[in-house]
Design a protein around this ligand. Structure first.
Ligand SMILES: CC(=O)SCCNC(=O)CCNC(=O)[C@H](O)C(C)(C)COP(=O)(O)OP(=O)(O)OC[C@H]1O[C@@H](n2cnc3c(N)ncnc32)[C@H](O)[C@@H]1OP(=O)(O)O
Ligand SMILES: O=C([O-])CC(=O)C(=O)O
Length: 362
């Protein structure tokens, strides 16, 4: 059942095609940047040079975190799930934002800040000092710079940029729907995003990327793939990063990420993980393909994030750092013609049961 009409994202699940505002994901991944795609999703047009420069400047000016958020990241239990920490920190950013800014401005501010908080928490957890943002760097480049303290190479920056582009929106997925339900009550945008983060956290949605990577690490070498996959499938266990409610063929994002996974694993000396992933893919497509089960975006993204320096627990937060654009774009579109979302359940219980006093109950 459709929740709304949209002109943001179109998915052709049968043919494995994906479009943002009418533009093919293959073209956007090849030619655009995360900032361009965010502009496109929010404002429904590709920016010209002047618009893009001004938009990038605005985004880079909002990267700093409120002091109380930095304090929280320093004091929170370092073993906390990064998605829980992200959720709480976004809530704190929302509480600190007492401005009358419109949803678009608040969305830009939040999207700019999330990489700062993700990288600060990963560094603090490993006993390192957070690195302040560098306003001269692009969103993707600054993200990686704040993680490692070093300016990324061209390949690393491009891999990050493309990964962020690919995660930015995906029509009415579970986390976006969670955002819409909250927004439809006329709650605030931060509350919606917190709902989105909470839904994305699950392993059937945004945490399948770290589960897929853990699977490659557990397999350990390409020769062990066959035994592992057959054992897992014979136990009726799911392969993470495989299958999709809408795509019944290859998710185009997986195809694009596969080539970046190849490049960055080579660069970082962990190409054996890519070889394992390729073997899992071949075997699983041969076994599950006839049921329409193919690799999804989460299958190769973990390999890219891992090679770029993110710890597996942080992969869903990187996903969220990009999806926040789609969440907020979809909320803004929905609010143009808002109606409280209130689905029905099919009642299958009894009615008119006689009330039994407690002393008479068995
Ligand atoms: C960003 C994203 O959210 S992309 C999705 C990320 N999630 C994952 O990768 C987790 C693994 N995948 C899955 O659990 C599923 O494919 C989902 C939840 C993503 C979509 O599933 P649905 O389309 O609802 O399919 P459903 O859960 O009904 O399963 C249908 C059949 O396919 C099988 N199946 C589905 N996914 C997989 C999988 N990854 N591995 C093995 N079998 C699978 C099910 O076991 C079921 O088999 P059966 O009919 O013999 O019982
Ligand atoms: O569309 C979905 O159901 C899940 C998905 O791939 C995404 O959110 O990117």
């Amino acid at each position: 059942m459709a929740v709304k009409e949209t002109s943001i994202t179109y998915i052709d699940g049968k043919m494995g095609r994906l479009f943002y505002r009418g533009y093919s994901i293959f073209d956007l991944a090849e030619f655009s940047s995360f900032e361009e795609v965010a502009f496109l999703l929010w404002k429904n047009k590709l920016p010209n040079m002047r618009e893009l420069e001004s938009f990038k400047k605005t985004m880079s000016e909002h990267r700093d975190l409120p002091d109380q958020v930095m304090e929280y990241l320093t004091n929170v239990d370092p073993s906390s799930n990064p998605m829980d920490v992200l959720r709480t920190a976004v809530s704190m950013i929302g509480t600190a934002d007492t401005s009358q800014d419109d949803i678009m401005t608040k969305s830009i501010k939040l999207t700019s800040k999330i990489p700062t908080l993700i990288t600060a928490f990963q560094r603090i957890r490993s006993g390192e000092q957070p690195i302040p943002p560098d306003p001269s760097l692009s969103h993707a480049s600054n993200f990686l710079y704040m993680l490692s303290g070093e300016k990324p190479t061209e390949i690393e920056e491009r891999a990050m940029d493309v990964a962020l582009i690919l995660h930015a929106d995906h029509e009415m997925n579970a986390s976006t729907f969670a955002c819409l339900v909250i927004a439809s009550t006329l709650s605030d945008i931060y509350s919606s995003v917190i709902g989105g983060i909470s839904a994305l956290k699950g392993p059937l949605h945004g945490a399948a990327n770290s589960e897929a990577l853990k699977m490659f690490l557990e397999i350990g070498s390409p020769e062990k793939v066959e035994e592992y996959v057959y054992k897992r499938l014979s136990r009726k266990e799911r392969l993470m990063g495989f299958g999709h409610r809408i795509y019944k063929t290859y998710d185009p994002r997986a195809i694009i990420l596969r080539s970046y996974a190849d490049k960055v694993t080579k660069l970082k000396g962990n190409h054996h993980l890519y070889e394992i992933a390729r073997k899992v893919e071949d075997l699983a497509v041969r076994t599950l393909g006839e049921k329409g089960i193919y690799p999804n975006v989460d299958f190769y993204s973990g390999l890219v994030f891992y090679s770029l320096g993110f710890s597996p627990g942080f992969f869903p937060t990187v996903f969220a750092s990009s999806r926040v654009v789609g969440w907020t774009a979809q909320v803004m579109e929905y609010l143009n013609d808002n109606r409280l979302i209130r689905p029905k359940a099919i009642y299958v219980g009894d009615v008119e049961k006689p009330y039994v006093p407690i002393e008479d109950r068995s």
